[in-house]
Ligand binder design. Structure first.
Ligand code: NCD
Length: 330
């Protein structure tokens, strides 16, 4: 396909006045965690901590005053959608919310490239969630303004992985040396695909616990292996809970199953209960990208090791940092 416009804002005449052109990530897309180095992550986390401090002290401020975010969601979302909205508004910017694509021209059959090329006339950055793998990359090929991938089918969810890693860092104070156990739907769950890739930059040990039909895809195991990270697969959580420093629980992704009987067979394969927590380390944290649909019993919520609602809050600071960075203000 011939693409006529090689156009990210830092290489185009559309440079908005007053942006810091030399800021890291200025004008860049965020499509996959593969684009980040450890130094990048340190930088993002530094900005996220500053955002946390500012939100605690003053709530909202005008760093992105006048900037507009288009939140373009073709799949349902509660946290990702509203955390990007909150992040933008706490930074003084505003948001075009498109989460009911059935009320937009998408329902008339408009293509993704046309939708993003139109939205970027109104907005400075586009956050995109779409059911197809590779959709964020496709949008980025056509867009001049930065595209942030908020989940592309069973592909990646890079901003979630950054906030997951930030959660581990804030809660455990370090990442090197930790054992992280991922449990649930490792096949369709895009958050674990991104998180495994990101953790592979550190000196960690990864355990994967899933039903046989929901194992971590081979290409991700292979990528992680290239970083010499020890990885092991299990069918039973009891085998690994005691050695885990972070337990990352995921929902079985019903919407990605072609055969719903197969979903019924695995949907309750792993459920975290107060009894499960008895075998876990005192310092372990339990994480979940949410929504949970039964994988973690509500009785676990009162356990101080349950970090999933704190994780939601860390997400706000990470997304504020990313927006400020791609818009040249951090
Ligand atoms: C996740 C997603 O959409 O991939 N949710 C989220 O963004 N926090 C996880 C899920 O839907 O299971």
């Amino acid at each position: 396909m011939a693409l006529h416009t090689p156009r990210k804002i830092n290489s185009s005449p559309y440079l908005p006045f007053g942006d810091k052109q030399d800021a890291p990530f200025y004008g860049k897309d965020i499509l996959s965690v593969k684009q980040f180095s450890r130094a990048d992550i340190d930088y993002i986390f530094g900005v996220a901590r500053e955002m946390e401090e500012m939100v605690r002290r003053i709530g909202s401020f005008d760093l992105l005053k006048g900037k507009i975010l288009a939140n373009l969601f073709y799949e349902s979302s509660t946290r990702t959608f509203s955390s990007f909205t909150s992040a933008m508004e706490r930074l003084g910017g505003s948001v075009i919310p498109i989460n009911e694509v059935r009320y937009s021209s998408v329902s008339k059959g408009e293509s993704l490239p046309d939708t993003v090329r139109s939205l970027e006339s109104y907005a400075d950055v586009i956050v995109l969630r779409h059911p197809e793998m590779g959709s964020a990359e496709l949008a980025a090929k056509y867009a001049r303004k930065p595209i942030i991938n908020a989940g592309d089918g069973m592909g990646e969810h890079p901003t979630q992985a950054l906030l997951d890693l930030f959660t581990i860092m804030q809660e455990m104070r370090h990442i090197d040396g930790l054992t992280v156990t991922m449990v649930g739907d490792l096949k369709y769950g895009r958050t674990v695909h991104s998180l495994a890739r990101l953790l592979a930059l550190y000196d960690v040990r990864l355990n994967y616990v899933s039903p046989d039909i929901l194992k971590m895809p081979a290409h991700i195991l292979e990528e992680v292996k290239q970083h010499n990270i020890p990885q092991a697969e299990f069918n039973c959580l009891d085998d690994v809970i005691a050695q885990s420093d972070a337990l990352y629980v995921t929902r079985v992704q019903k919407e990605r199953f072609e055969d719903l009987d197969q979903y019924e067979g695995v949907k309750n394969a792993f459920v975290i209960t107060p009894e499960t927590m008895e075998s876990a380390k005192e310092e372990m944290i339990v994480m979940h990208p949410l929504p949970r649909v039964g994988e973690i019993r509500m009785e676990v919520d009162d356990d101080p090791r349950a970090a999933y609602f704190r994780q939601v809050e860390y997400g706000l600071y990470v997304r504020m940092a990313l927006l400020a960075m791609v818009l040249g203000k951090a």
